[in-house]
Design a protein around this ligand. Structure first.
Ligand code: F6R
Length: 356
């Protein structure tokens, strides 16, 4: 059923705080003492040397966010791999493979798993369809609890996948000797604050997303920049914009700007910055504004002192500023509606990609 919006995508964006609350309520209590991890039958992290996460598109982005938890908190070498390229991987023993797919039917992901050596360790499937082909192939399955997603562009399944994967990772790390206890505690606290952060982002950006869409209706290209844990949300923002509006959008690590992409920036070029608190972003922003680029900054924490904005350093969770994806989704949708695109069924795309 359609709620406040005429399209499914708008409702699915709005639903994200609820979905996040559902995941946190279901999984956060089982993080402690590794209950969630052991309940899935996963081997102790001390028996694992590395984690490889595979997925496509938005699910790959969720994988990159989750990878940040294993590597930043656990010091575990973790890679997120494009499933369609995984055939060229050299698989090492003692690797935990996490395959992420909302449909569980993505052929590229299933094929990547076929390429795993037979003696290879555990495969965990993270999916929104626990009776899918992927779930049947995996050794362990976790449902991301997003509920049915009808819009072709993934929105609430992204948020659900990130939070589910974060809970699983944190649970594994609570019993691992390599985890940083301070970071782990901070992450568990940040997790419970996430539904609220998502709903604040949604409510704050409803008007501004439409205003920005009007301002940029004629822009031919968009840049999305981030550093560290913010980068994955820049990537997701660019992907949503491309698929919904059919405009060119590129994401880059902000540090790469001066190595090429800065040449794209001209008077009025829209440049979205996902701020994870890295102070070097100030220099990146100055480079863009010096060329007349129009910076839209997300994720920052600003205090007004005597009328002057004071940018606070932000130490966010190891999976980065997840709430920034909400305004990026909203902006992509608003721009697409303005351009008379079908936001629920973008051209040339399918909800489940069963060919590889
Ligand atoms: C983007 C999008 C696609 C999918 C990708 C993987 O909005 O929907 O990029 O994320 O095709 O699909 P699943 O998660 O079903 O494997």
């Amino acid at each position: 059923t359609k709620g406040r919006h005429r399209d499914h995508m708008g409702n699915e964006i709005d639903e994200q705080p609820l979905v996040a609350q559902r995941v946190v309520d279901a999984l956060a209590p089982a993080i402690t003492d590794g209950l969630l991890w052991r309940g899935l039958g996963l081997p102790p992290l001390d028996e694992i040397d590395r984690v490889a996460i595979i997925g496509c598109g938005t699910s790959l982005h969720a994988g990159r966010a989750i990878a940040g938890v294993f590597s930043r908190v656990g010091g575990l070498p973790t890679r997120a791999l494009v499933a369609s390229e995984a055939a060229h991987e050299v698989w090492e023993p003692r690797t935990l493979v996490i395959a992420i797919s909302q449909s569980g039917e993505t052929a590229d992901v299933l094929r990547a798993l076929q390429g795993l050596p037979a003696e290879h360790g555990t495969v965990l499937a993270l999916t929104n369809n626990p009776s899918s082909s992927l779930a049947r192939r995996a050794d362990a399955v976790i449902d991301c609890l997003a509920g049915p997603e009808i819009g072709v562009a993934a929105t609430k399944t992204f948020v659900a996948q990130v939070l589910t994967g974060v809970c699983v990772a944190l649970s594994g790390l609570t019993v691992s000797h390599r985890a940083d206890a301070t970071l782990l505690d901070a992450d568990v606290r940040a997790l419970t604050a996430t539904p609220e952060a998502l709903s604040t982002a949604r409510d704050t950006w409803r008007g501004p997303a439409a205003t920005l869409a009007a301002e940029f209706a004629r822009a031919s290209g968009f840049l999305f920049l981030g550093r560290g844990a913010g980068l994955v949300y820049a990537a997701e923002g660019a992907l949503k914009l491309k698929e919904l509006s059919y405009r060119w959008a590129e994401h880059q690590p902000a540090g790469e700007l001066k190595h090429g992409p800065l040449a794209l920036v001209d008077a009025g070029t829209p440049v979205f910055i996902v701020d994870d608190g890295d102070p070097r972003l100030e220099v990146d922003i100055a480079e863009v504004t010096a060329r007349g680029g129009r910076v839209i900054r997300l994720g920052e924490r600003i205090l007004r002192v005597g009328g002057l904005p004071l940018h606070l350093p932000r130490t966010g969770p190891s999976w980065g500023p997840l709430e920034t994806v909400v305004p990026l989704q909203m902006f992509a949708r608003e721009l697409a509606l303005r351009l008379h695109r079908d936001v629920d069924k973008p051209r040339n795309l399918a909800k489940s990609v069963t060919v590889s």
